[in-house]
Design a protein around this ligand. Sequence first.
Ligand SMILES: C[S@@+](CC[C@H](N)C(=O)[O-])C[C@H]1O[C@@H](n2cnc3c(N)ncnc32)[C@H](O)[C@@H]1O
Length: 385
Amino acid sequence: MSDFDFERLRRWPDVEAANLFASDAADHLILDEAADALESARPGEVVVLEDHYGALTLGASALHGATGIRVHQDALSGEQALARNAAGAGLAGAFRSLDLGEELLAGARVVLLQLPRSLSALDELASTVVRFAAPDVRLFAGGRIKHMTTAMNTVLERYFGRIDVSHARQKSRVLVATEPRSVPRELAGELPHAAWPRCEEHPDVGLTVCAHGAAFAGTTIDIGTRYLLEFLGRMNTDARGDEGAIDLGCGTGVLAAALALRNPGIRVLATDQSAAAVASARATMIANGVADRVTVVRDDTLTGRPDASAGLIMLNPPFHIGASVHAGIALKLFDDAARVLRPGGELWTVWNSHLGYRSVLNRVVGPTHQVGRNAKFTVTVSTRR
Ligand SMILES: C[S@@+](CC[C@H](N)C(=O)[O-])C[C@H]1O[C@@H](n2cnc3c(N)ncnc32)[C@H](O)[C@@H]1O
Protein backbone atom coordinates (compact mmCIF):
# COMPACT_ATOMS: atom_id res chain seq x y z
CA MET A 1 0.00 0.00 0.00
CA SER A 2 1.39 3.41 -0.87
CA ASP A 3 0.98 6.55 1.15
CA PHE A 4 -1.39 9.47 0.96
CA ASP A 5 -1.33 12.57 3.13
CA PHE A 6 -4.94 13.40 4.00
CA GLU A 7 -3.72 16.42 5.97
CA ARG A 8 -2.84 18.16 2.72
CA LEU A 9 -6.43 18.13 1.47
CA ARG A 10 -8.19 21.49 1.50
CA ARG A 11 -11.88 22.43 1.42
CA TRP A 12 -11.26 25.47 -0.80
CA PRO A 13 -13.30 26.97 -2.52
CA ASP A 14 -15.73 25.91 0.21
CA VAL A 15 -15.64 27.87 3.45
CA GLU A 16 -12.49 27.14 5.46
CA ALA A 17 -12.21 27.57 9.22
CA ALA A 18 -10.27 26.07 12.10
CA ASN A 19 -13.20 23.83 13.11
CA LEU A 20 -14.03 22.63 9.57
CA PHE A 21 -12.05 19.73 8.10
CA ALA A 22 -11.46 18.41 4.58
CA SER A 23 -11.59 14.72 5.57
CA ASP A 24 -13.05 12.81 8.48
CA ALA A 25 -12.93 9.44 10.22
CA ALA A 26 -15.78 8.17 8.04
CA ASP A 27 -13.62 8.66 4.93
CA HIS A 28 -10.91 6.50 6.49
CA LEU A 29 -13.34 3.82 7.64
CA ILE A 30 -15.05 3.63 4.21
CA LEU A 31 -11.64 3.24 2.53
CA ASP A 32 -10.58 0.55 5.02
CA GLU A 33 -13.84 -1.40 4.78
CA ALA A 34 -13.71 -1.27 0.97
CA ALA A 35 -9.95 -1.98 0.73
CA ASP A 36 -10.23 -5.54 -0.62
CA ALA A 37 -13.00 -4.62 -3.06
CA LEU A 38 -11.01 -1.63 -4.31
CA GLU A 39 -7.85 -3.63 -4.75
CA SER A 40 -9.61 -6.34 -6.76
CA ALA A 41 -11.62 -3.90 -8.92
CA ARG A 42 -10.69 -3.56 -12.57
CA PRO A 43 -10.15 -0.16 -14.23
CA GLY A 44 -13.42 1.79 -14.42
CA GLU A 45 -15.32 -0.32 -11.90
CA VAL A 46 -15.08 2.09 -8.95
CA VAL A 47 -17.57 4.92 -8.44
CA VAL A 48 -17.42 7.50 -5.66
CA LEU A 49 -20.56 9.37 -4.58
CA GLU A 50 -20.74 12.48 -2.41
CA ASP A 51 -17.02 12.65 -1.69
CA HIS A 52 -16.72 15.79 0.43
CA TYR A 53 -13.40 17.21 -0.79
CA GLY A 54 -11.66 14.29 -2.45
CA ALA A 55 -10.53 12.04 0.42
CA LEU A 56 -12.44 9.01 -0.91
CA THR A 57 -11.50 9.41 -4.55
CA LEU A 58 -7.87 10.27 -3.98
CA GLY A 59 -7.53 7.74 -1.16
CA ALA A 60 -9.00 4.98 -3.38
CA SER A 61 -6.53 5.90 -6.09
CA ALA A 62 -3.38 6.51 -4.05
CA LEU A 63 -3.83 3.87 -1.33
CA HIS A 64 -5.68 1.11 -3.21
CA GLY A 65 -4.68 1.55 -6.85
CA ALA A 66 -8.19 2.25 -8.20
CA THR A 67 -8.11 3.67 -11.73
CA GLY A 68 -10.72 5.18 -14.03
CA ILE A 69 -12.77 6.27 -11.01
CA ARG A 70 -16.10 7.95 -11.80
CA VAL A 71 -17.28 10.56 -9.30
CA HIS A 72 -20.49 12.44 -8.58
CA GLN A 73 -20.72 15.23 -6.00
CA ASP A 74 -23.83 17.30 -5.56
CA ALA A 75 -21.91 20.39 -4.40
CA LEU A 76 -19.94 22.26 -7.04
CA SER A 77 -17.54 23.44 -4.33
CA GLY A 78 -16.82 19.79 -3.47
CA GLU A 79 -16.19 19.02 -7.13
CA GLN A 80 -13.83 21.99 -7.43
CA ALA A 81 -12.04 21.07 -4.20
CA LEU A 82 -11.53 17.51 -5.47
CA ALA A 83 -10.07 18.84 -8.73
CA ARG A 84 -7.67 21.13 -6.88
CA ASN A 85 -6.67 18.50 -4.35
CA ALA A 86 -6.12 15.99 -7.15
CA ALA A 87 -3.92 18.41 -9.06
CA GLY A 88 -1.91 19.07 -5.88
CA ALA A 89 -1.41 15.33 -5.36
CA GLY A 90 -0.56 14.62 -9.01
CA LEU A 91 -3.76 12.53 -9.36
CA ALA A 92 -5.77 14.65 -11.78
CA GLY A 93 -6.00 11.77 -14.25
CA ALA A 94 -7.35 9.29 -11.72
CA PHE A 95 -11.03 10.20 -12.05
CA ARG A 96 -13.82 11.92 -14.02
CA SER A 97 -16.69 13.95 -12.54
CA LEU A 98 -20.10 13.08 -13.99
CA ASP A 99 -23.81 13.75 -13.47
CA LEU A 100 -25.86 11.26 -11.51
CA GLY A 101 -27.01 8.76 -14.14
CA GLU A 102 -26.08 5.93 -16.44
CA GLU A 103 -22.69 7.19 -17.62
CA LEU A 104 -21.62 7.52 -14.00
CA LEU A 105 -22.74 4.10 -12.85
CA ALA A 106 -22.88 1.71 -15.81
CA GLY A 107 -21.02 -1.47 -14.89
CA ALA A 108 -19.84 -0.18 -11.48
CA ARG A 109 -18.92 -2.95 -9.02
CA VAL A 110 -17.61 -0.93 -6.05
CA VAL A 111 -19.38 2.25 -4.95
CA LEU A 112 -18.10 4.41 -2.09
CA LEU A 113 -20.54 6.88 -0.55
CA GLN A 114 -20.32 9.55 2.13
CA LEU A 115 -23.89 9.28 3.43
CA PRO A 116 -25.91 12.42 2.69
CA ARG A 117 -27.98 13.92 5.49
CA SER A 118 -31.23 13.71 3.60
CA LEU A 119 -33.04 10.41 3.21
CA SER A 120 -34.44 11.55 -0.13
CA ALA A 121 -30.92 12.20 -1.38
CA LEU A 122 -29.93 8.71 -0.22
CA ASP A 123 -33.00 7.23 -1.89
CA GLU A 124 -32.14 8.78 -5.25
CA LEU A 125 -28.48 7.75 -5.01
CA ALA A 126 -29.30 4.16 -4.02
CA SER A 127 -31.99 3.78 -6.67
CA THR A 128 -29.64 5.11 -9.35
CA VAL A 129 -26.88 2.71 -8.25
CA VAL A 130 -29.24 -0.24 -8.45
CA ARG A 131 -30.60 0.86 -11.78
CA PHE A 132 -27.28 1.13 -13.60
CA ALA A 133 -24.49 -0.65 -11.69
CA ALA A 134 -23.39 -4.28 -12.15
CA PRO A 135 -25.60 -6.94 -10.53
CA ASP A 136 -22.84 -7.77 -8.03
CA VAL A 137 -22.24 -4.14 -7.02
CA ARG A 138 -21.16 -3.48 -3.43
CA LEU A 139 -22.04 -0.12 -1.89
CA PHE A 140 -19.90 1.10 1.03
CA ALA A 141 -21.89 3.92 2.63
CA GLY A 142 -20.33 5.57 5.65
CA GLY A 143 -20.79 8.51 7.93
CA ARG A 144 -20.37 9.91 11.43
CA ILE A 145 -22.63 7.98 13.81
CA LYS A 146 -24.20 11.17 15.17
CA HIS A 147 -25.53 11.88 11.67
CA MET A 148 -26.71 8.32 10.95
CA THR A 149 -30.17 6.93 11.66
CA THR A 150 -31.73 3.52 11.23
CA ALA A 151 -34.00 5.14 8.63
CA MET A 152 -30.93 5.11 6.37
CA ASN A 153 -30.83 1.31 6.60
CA THR A 154 -34.53 1.25 5.73
CA VAL A 155 -33.90 3.34 2.62
CA LEU A 156 -31.04 1.07 1.54
CA GLU A 157 -33.21 -2.01 2.17
CA ARG A 158 -35.61 -0.77 -0.50
CA TYR A 159 -32.88 -1.29 -3.07
CA PHE A 160 -30.54 -3.93 -1.63
CA GLY A 161 -31.26 -7.40 -0.28
CA ARG A 162 -28.49 -7.34 2.29
CA ILE A 163 -27.10 -4.59 4.55
CA ASP A 164 -24.11 -5.34 6.80
CA VAL A 165 -23.09 -2.82 9.42
CA SER A 166 -19.38 -2.32 10.19
CA HIS A 167 -17.95 -1.98 13.65
CA ALA A 168 -17.80 1.59 14.92
CA ARG A 169 -14.49 3.41 14.76
CA GLN A 170 -13.80 6.98 15.80
CA LYS A 171 -17.54 7.63 15.99
CA SER A 172 -18.08 6.47 12.42
CA ARG A 173 -19.72 3.46 10.80
CA VAL A 174 -20.11 1.95 7.34
CA LEU A 175 -23.19 0.24 5.90
CA VAL A 176 -22.26 -2.31 3.25
CA ALA A 177 -25.16 -2.87 0.86
CA THR A 178 -25.13 -5.84 -1.51
CA GLU A 179 -27.55 -8.01 -3.50
CA PRO A 180 -29.25 -5.16 -5.39
CA ARG A 181 -32.94 -5.73 -6.02
CA SER A 182 -33.89 -5.65 -9.68
CA VAL A 183 -37.10 -3.75 -8.94
CA PRO A 184 -37.31 -1.75 -5.71
CA ARG A 185 -40.14 -3.14 -3.56
CA GLU A 186 -42.15 0.01 -2.92
CA LEU A 187 -41.90 1.03 -6.52
CA ALA A 188 -42.85 -2.30 -8.07
CA GLY A 189 -45.96 -1.82 -10.16
CA GLU A 190 -45.20 1.85 -10.68
CA LEU A 191 -42.60 3.07 -13.13
CA PRO A 192 -39.76 1.49 -11.18
CA HIS A 193 -36.95 3.91 -11.82
CA ALA A 194 -38.75 7.06 -12.84
CA ALA A 195 -39.42 8.22 -9.30
CA TRP A 196 -37.02 11.21 -9.48
CA PRO A 197 -37.61 14.09 -9.85
CA ARG A 198 -40.88 14.13 -7.92
CA CYS A 199 -43.34 16.95 -8.57
CA GLU A 200 -46.05 18.42 -6.33
CA GLU A 201 -48.74 20.96 -7.15
CA HIS A 202 -49.20 23.91 -4.77
CA PRO A 203 -52.53 25.45 -5.81
CA ASP A 204 -52.32 28.05 -3.01
CA VAL A 205 -49.35 29.72 -4.72
CA GLY A 206 -50.14 28.55 -8.26
CA LEU A 207 -46.92 26.55 -8.68
CA THR A 208 -45.76 23.02 -9.34
CA VAL A 209 -42.49 22.24 -7.58
CA CYS A 210 -40.22 19.45 -8.84
CA ALA A 211 -37.36 18.06 -6.77
CA HIS A 212 -34.54 15.59 -6.99
CA GLY A 213 -33.58 13.83 -3.78
CA ALA A 214 -30.89 16.23 -2.57
CA ALA A 215 -32.74 19.48 -3.28
CA PHE A 216 -33.51 21.82 -0.39
CA ALA A 217 -37.09 21.42 0.93
CA GLY A 218 -37.94 18.71 -1.63
CA THR A 219 -41.26 19.32 -3.36
CA THR A 220 -42.51 21.43 -0.45
CA ILE A 221 -42.16 25.22 -0.23
CA ASP A 222 -39.92 26.35 2.62
CA ILE A 223 -41.70 28.70 5.05
CA GLY A 224 -39.08 31.41 4.59
CA THR A 225 -39.44 31.16 0.80
CA ARG A 226 -43.22 31.24 1.16
CA TYR A 227 -42.93 34.48 3.12
CA LEU A 228 -40.64 36.06 0.49
CA LEU A 229 -43.20 35.10 -2.19
CA GLU A 230 -45.65 37.53 -0.54
CA PHE A 231 -43.39 40.40 -1.62
CA LEU A 232 -42.94 39.48 -5.30
CA GLY A 233 -45.31 42.24 -6.41
CA ARG A 234 -43.12 44.88 -4.74
CA MET A 235 -39.86 43.87 -6.38
CA ASN A 236 -38.47 46.16 -9.03
CA THR A 237 -38.72 44.14 -12.23
CA ASP A 238 -38.32 47.13 -14.59
CA ALA A 239 -34.59 47.35 -14.18
CA ARG A 240 -33.55 45.12 -17.04
CA GLY A 241 -30.08 43.75 -17.50
CA ASP A 242 -29.23 40.80 -19.68
CA GLU A 243 -30.33 38.61 -16.79
CA GLY A 244 -33.47 40.54 -15.92
CA ALA A 245 -33.62 39.09 -12.45
CA ILE A 246 -31.59 36.49 -10.58
CA ASP A 247 -32.70 33.77 -8.18
CA LEU A 248 -29.47 33.16 -6.27
CA GLY A 249 -29.25 29.76 -4.57
CA CYS A 250 -32.43 28.78 -6.41
CA GLY A 251 -32.94 25.28 -4.95
CA THR A 252 -35.96 23.83 -6.76
CA GLY A 253 -36.54 27.23 -8.41
CA VAL A 254 -39.65 28.31 -6.51
CA LEU A 255 -38.75 32.03 -6.50
CA ALA A 256 -37.64 32.12 -10.15
CA ALA A 257 -40.74 30.27 -11.38
CA ALA A 258 -43.09 32.43 -9.32
CA LEU A 259 -41.44 35.68 -10.51
CA ALA A 260 -41.56 34.55 -14.14
CA LEU A 261 -45.22 33.54 -13.88
CA ARG A 262 -46.12 36.86 -12.33
CA ASN A 263 -44.17 38.95 -14.89
CA PRO A 264 -44.76 37.50 -18.37
CA GLY A 265 -42.14 39.75 -20.00
CA ILE A 266 -39.28 39.04 -17.63
CA ARG A 267 -36.24 36.81 -18.06
CA VAL A 268 -34.80 35.16 -14.97
CA LEU A 269 -31.48 33.50 -14.25
CA ALA A 270 -31.65 30.81 -11.56
CA THR A 271 -28.37 29.55 -10.12
CA ASP A 272 -27.30 27.06 -7.50
CA GLN A 273 -24.13 25.17 -6.75
CA SER A 274 -26.04 21.93 -6.12
CA ALA A 275 -26.39 19.57 -9.09
CA ALA A 276 -29.69 18.27 -7.68
CA ALA A 277 -30.99 21.83 -7.27
CA VAL A 278 -30.16 22.72 -10.85
CA ALA A 279 -31.79 19.57 -12.24
CA SER A 280 -34.82 20.20 -10.00
CA ALA A 281 -35.15 23.86 -11.01
CA ARG A 282 -35.02 22.88 -14.69
CA ALA A 283 -37.85 20.41 -14.09
CA THR A 284 -39.81 23.05 -12.12
CA MET A 285 -39.52 25.57 -14.98
CA ILE A 286 -40.81 23.00 -17.47
CA ALA A 287 -43.68 22.02 -15.16
CA ASN A 288 -44.74 25.68 -14.90
CA GLY A 289 -44.32 26.52 -18.58
CA VAL A 290 -41.56 29.10 -18.02
CA ALA A 291 -38.50 27.17 -19.21
CA ASP A 292 -38.15 29.53 -22.21
CA ARG A 293 -37.68 32.54 -19.90
CA VAL A 294 -35.79 31.06 -16.97
CA THR A 295 -32.21 29.91 -17.51
CA VAL A 296 -30.88 27.57 -14.84
CA VAL A 297 -27.13 27.21 -14.32
CA ARG A 298 -24.84 25.53 -11.81
CA ASP A 299 -22.49 28.09 -10.36
CA ASP A 300 -20.71 28.83 -7.09
CA THR A 301 -22.36 32.09 -5.99
CA LEU A 302 -22.62 34.23 -9.17
CA THR A 303 -19.08 33.57 -10.36
CA GLY A 304 -20.11 33.45 -14.02
CA ARG A 305 -21.89 36.84 -13.93
CA PRO A 306 -20.26 40.20 -14.69
CA ASP A 307 -20.03 43.05 -12.18
CA ALA A 308 -22.87 45.60 -11.98
CA SER A 309 -25.06 43.70 -14.45
CA ALA A 310 -28.32 42.87 -12.64
CA GLY A 311 -31.25 44.91 -11.37
CA LEU A 312 -32.88 42.39 -9.04
CA ILE A 313 -31.57 39.46 -7.00
CA MET A 314 -33.73 37.26 -4.76
CA LEU A 315 -32.05 35.20 -2.05
CA ASN A 316 -33.08 32.83 0.71
CA PRO A 317 -29.57 32.11 2.00
CA PRO A 318 -28.49 28.83 3.55
CA PHE A 319 -27.04 28.95 7.03
CA HIS A 320 -26.10 25.35 7.72
CA ILE A 321 -22.77 24.02 6.53
CA GLY A 322 -22.85 20.30 7.07
CA ALA A 323 -23.23 19.88 10.77
CA SER A 324 -21.98 23.25 11.87
CA VAL A 325 -24.04 26.41 11.84
CA HIS A 326 -21.93 28.99 10.13
CA ALA A 327 -22.76 32.35 8.60
CA GLY A 328 -19.82 32.17 6.17
CA ILE A 329 -21.83 30.97 3.22
CA ALA A 330 -24.54 33.63 3.56
CA LEU A 331 -21.88 36.33 3.72
CA LYS A 332 -20.22 34.94 0.61
CA LEU A 333 -23.58 35.12 -1.22
CA PHE A 334 -24.24 38.70 0.00
CA ASP A 335 -20.78 39.74 -1.21
CA ASP A 336 -21.29 38.32 -4.66
CA ALA A 337 -24.83 39.71 -4.94
CA ALA A 338 -23.35 43.15 -4.17
CA ARG A 339 -20.76 42.71 -6.90
CA VAL A 340 -23.32 41.67 -9.54
CA LEU A 341 -26.01 44.25 -8.72
CA ARG A 342 -25.79 47.49 -10.64
CA PRO A 343 -26.04 50.72 -8.62
CA GLY A 344 -29.70 51.10 -7.63
CA GLY A 345 -30.32 47.35 -8.08
CA GLU A 346 -32.15 45.49 -5.32
CA LEU A 347 -31.31 42.44 -3.23
CA TRP A 348 -34.45 40.91 -1.66
CA THR A 349 -33.56 38.56 1.15
CA VAL A 350 -35.47 36.49 3.69
CA TRP A 351 -33.72 35.36 6.84
CA ASN A 352 -34.36 33.90 10.22
CA SER A 353 -34.78 37.02 12.36
CA HIS A 354 -32.34 35.86 15.04
CA LEU A 355 -29.52 35.98 12.47
CA GLY A 356 -29.68 39.78 12.43
CA TYR A 357 -28.28 40.18 8.91
CA ARG A 358 -29.46 43.77 8.48
CA SER A 359 -26.25 45.49 9.49
CA VAL A 360 -24.09 43.24 7.34
CA LEU A 361 -26.43 43.81 4.36
CA ASN A 362 -26.18 47.55 4.99
CA ARG A 363 -22.44 47.36 4.95
CA VAL A 364 -21.94 44.91 2.08
CA VAL A 365 -24.74 45.86 -0.33
CA GLY A 366 -26.20 49.23 0.61
CA PRO A 367 -29.13 50.82 2.48
CA THR A 368 -31.28 47.97 3.80
CA HIS A 369 -34.92 48.28 4.81
CA GLN A 370 -37.08 45.78 6.59
CA VAL A 371 -40.18 45.25 4.48
CA GLY A 372 -41.72 42.44 6.48
CA ARG A 373 -41.34 40.48 9.68
CA ASN A 374 -43.37 37.57 11.04
CA ALA A 375 -42.88 35.31 14.05
CA LYS A 376 -39.76 33.77 12.56
CA PHE A 377 -38.52 35.60 9.48
CA THR A 378 -37.46 39.04 8.32
CA VAL A 379 -37.63 40.19 4.70
CA THR A 380 -35.32 43.03 3.69
CA VAL A 381 -34.59 44.91 0.52
CA SER A 382 -31.06 46.27 0.10
CA THR A 383 -30.41 48.88 -2.60
CA ARG A 384 -26.95 48.76 -4.16
CA ARG A 385 -25.10 51.97 -3.51
C1 LIG B 1 -32.21 27.95 1.87
S1 LIG B 1 -31.95 27.21 0.29
C2 LIG B 1 -33.06 28.16 -0.70
C3 LIG B 1 -33.47 27.47 -1.97
C4 LIG B 1 -34.54 28.20 -2.80
N1 LIG B 1 -34.12 29.53 -3.18
C5 LIG B 1 -35.83 28.28 -2.04
O1 LIG B 1 -36.12 29.38 -1.60
O2 LIG B 1 -36.50 27.24 -1.85
C6 LIG B 1 -30.36 27.84 -0.15
C7 LIG B 1 -29.81 27.34 -1.47
O3 LIG B 1 -28.52 27.95 -1.65
C8 LIG B 1 -27.71 27.03 -2.34
N2 LIG B 1 -26.29 27.40 -2.16
C9 LIG B 1 -25.51 27.16 -1.09
N3 LIG B 1 -24.28 27.61 -1.31
C10 LIG B 1 -24.28 28.14 -2.55
C11 LIG B 1 -23.27 28.76 -3.35
N4 LIG B 1 -22.04 28.92 -2.90
N5 LIG B 1 -23.61 29.19 -4.57
C12 LIG B 1 -24.86 29.01 -5.05
N6 LIG B 1 -25.85 28.44 -4.33
C13 LIG B 1 -25.56 28.01 -3.10
C14 LIG B 1 -28.08 25.69 -1.74
O4 LIG B 1 -27.71 24.63 -2.59
C15 LIG B 1 -29.59 25.84 -1.57
O5 LIG B 1 -30.28 25.33 -2.68
